[in-house]
Ligand binder design. Sequence first.
Ligand SMILES: NC(=O)c1ccc[n+]([C@@H]2O[C@H](COP(=O)([O-])OP(=O)(O)OC[C@H]3O[C@@H](n4cnc5c(N)ncnc54)[C@H](OP(=O)(O)O)[C@@H]3O)[C@@H](O)[C@H]2O)c1
Length: 294
Amino acid sequence: MKIIITGSNGYLGQHLTDFLSKRNFDLIALSRGENKNIITPNLNYFQIDLTNKESIKEIITRIKPDIIIHNAAMSKPDVCDKNKEECLLQNVTTTEYLLDAASTIGCYFIYVSTDFIFGENGPHSEEEKPNPLNFYGQSKLMSENLVKKSGLSYNIMRPVFIYGPANQDIKPTFLHWVKNNLEQGKRIKVVNDQRRTPTYVYDICQGLLAMIEKRITGDFHLAGKDILSPYQMAVKVANILHLDASLIEPVTSETFPEPVVRAKHSGLKIEKARNILGYEPISFEEGVNATFSK
Ligand SMILES: NC(=O)c1ccc[n+]([C@@H]2O[C@H](COP(=O)([O-])OP(=O)(O)OC[C@H]3O[C@@H](n4cnc5c(N)ncnc54)[C@H](OP(=O)(O)O)[C@@H]3O)[C@@H](O)[C@H]2O)c1
């Protein structure tokens, strides 16, 4: 089975590429820069800017993938807010071009979206009405709608606050930031009035594998099973790694004024993925242990 994954140089992209390349797939990885994925040897990699319609058409019609996993994005909400036109180009136009090309060959389309398409009162189920609070969320929702209108068989996959292993070639996550500061004896302020369902990156990979195998079209939330504030996550990291949790000060979101609005109570419900895909994520504690044992 031929699978194209976009954004293979990013955090999720590198882990997913590594994960899928160890299974029996013919994997083709696309990203904008040079291949940064040194953990996956012999990767079939193409450097491509997804804002170039002709390049997309050429590569999709030449490779004729069975599945496209569209994971590439301008993924930082603040950057999207400051650069709205560029955000539309990177997050929406690229999806449009990929869908156009995919339609000519009729392949299965998996779109990596986000909990940011929802507003307050999480955790949210797949049935809830979207209400993005910032431009990044709006752009991802616009793309979701394009996927749904495309006529292709599709999955929309929504993760939340992804964490997991990092190395010199994969950017560190929030958990690494906590660990690094505490190891140096530095005090840190961490927000305690926001709730998320942090998602271990290899749980996402397992969930995506189930989507690939089952091909049950529709939306699926692939999140963690624990609802935690960033402060609670930081304290758990400290306790598990035997670091000094008293260096972590709980603060409210107002301590870090941000240009973009973020939901205080976000997070995603995972019952649908559990029931239909057999998705069963590990606990946050298990995720922290797995993150730092790799
Ligand atoms: N991280 C999270 O906590 C989180 C939570 C919810 C949803 N998501 C979603 O999950 C996906 C992956 O997130 P991430 O954090 O792994 O993102 P990331 O680290 O920022 O990686 C995104 C990748 O997309 C590639 N890309 C962007 N524009 C491109 C273009 N025009 N052409 C080709 N490649 C392009 C970049 O490639 P180069 O490096 O080669 O430039 C980059 O490596 C995104 O769709 C994001 O919206 C992430």
